[in-house]
Design a protein around this ligand. Structure first.
Ligand code: BEZ
Length: 212
């Protein structure tokens, strides 16, 4: 059964470039992005891991810990990291899991046999501080991911957790948001949205981002 939104991210113990990772302990009380890539020493993966390295400050700002995974070993990862840092002008300041026995990739359903029997697809799991899986993304080996979109997703999750809003299509931090349909009490609406809102339709109520 695939991992579903709202379920607890499975715990595991696995080797990594930063030593043994006990996943739940390592995550602590932070948000986590766990992402798999198909293979070391491949072009798209090289750009992806470099991009994530360069976004370190952006992840830290959101209290997100990042951890990568592939089914290659620690020594391979360490050699490859040298290439990534050399070619991508980036520091890889996050661990890469060495899932040689496919323990984690099997647990998380990162191997899709119709795509490849042996390599992981490009999976992303966004996990919240309570260890709940809040979003998943799956891309094929041929398409590098957009990590700005993953940051945008985290922004949306963090905002909507703390306010009675949802974020519309192509929303970016600072843009207008929509009020959740379940909120109907005029008194509560006035308290929560002192800047007011526009009811384009009764179910489509647009308001400035409340924490701005
Ligand atoms: C890549 O990262 O470039 C890649 C990895 C596996 C298959 C195809 C491309």
């Amino acid at each position: 059964m695939s991992i579903q939104l709202g379920s607890i991210a499975p715990d595991f113990v696995q080797d990594s470039t930063a030593g043994t990772i006990r996943f739940h302990e390592w995550a602590g009380g932070s948000w986590v992005i766990l992402f798999s890539h198909p293979k070391d020493f491949t072009p798209v993966c090289t750009t992806e891991l470099g991009t994530v390295g360069k976004l370190r400050a952006q992840f830290e700002k959101r209290d997100v810990k990042v951890i990568a995974l592939s089914v290659d070993g620690v020594e391979s990862h360490r050699e490859w990291v040298k290439d990534i840092e050399e070619t991508q002008d980036a520091k890889i300041g996050y661990p890469i899991l060495a899932d040689v026995d496919r323990k984690v990739s099997t647990l998380y359903g990162m191997i899709h046999p119709e795509a490849s029997d042996t390599l992981t697809v490009r999976s992303v799991f966004v996990i919240d501080p309570k260890k709940k899986v809040r979003a998943t993304i799956t891309y094929p080996a041929s398409t590098g991911r957009n990590f700005d979109e993953i940051l945008r997703l985290v922004d949306s999750l963090q905002l909507t957790d703390s306010h009675s809003v949802a974020t519309p299509a192509n929303w970016k931090d600072g843009g207008d948001v929509v009020i959740v349909p379940s909120l109907q009490d005029p008194k509560v609406l006035a308290e929560k949205f002192p800047k007011g809102f526009e009811a384009v339709k009764p179910y489509l109520r647009v308001t400035p981002q409340p924490n701005r």
